[in-house]
Write a new protein. Structure first.
Length: 118
């Protein structure tokens, strides 16, 4: 199921971008490829962690991670719709992954088995 969600998000991203025309230069092609990868990973992770929602519902960091994933996916879809080739947009869309790195580091420091500590 997570792979199907990721594939659907990547296909939607590709369709939204291709409605504005094919990418013409290498910068547009890089932005297109990055949008596809980000959309796939965001939707995959949302579908992957959905069964654990009831377990981590009381954890603030879980909610922050889920909502940043939703915001990231929304931002990637909108940037594809606008045919944005500015890589800063996609760097901001990587916020959930920077957050997850911080959570993993905090979990390692606190010697916790789960990253959603708080």
């Amino acid at each position: 199921m997570p792979s199907l969600s990721g594939a659907l998000a990547a296909t939607t991203t590709a369709l939204l971008r291709l409605l504005k025309g094919k990418p013409k230069d290498s910068e547009e092609l890089e932005a297109f490829a990055l949008a596809l990868v980000l959309a796939f990973i965001d939707a995959f992770m949302l579908a992957y962690i959905a069964p654990f929602y009831s377990v981590f519902a009381a954890k603030l960091t879980f909610h922050v991670f889920v909502y940043t994933l939703l915001a990231s996916l929304t931002g990637v879809l909108y940037a594809s719709y606008q045919a944005s080739k500015d890589l800063r947009v996609y760097a901001v869309a990587m916020t959930p992954w920077f957050l997850s790195l911080i959570l993993v580091l905090a979990a390692r420091i606190l010697r916790s088995a789960t990253i959603f500590i708080w």
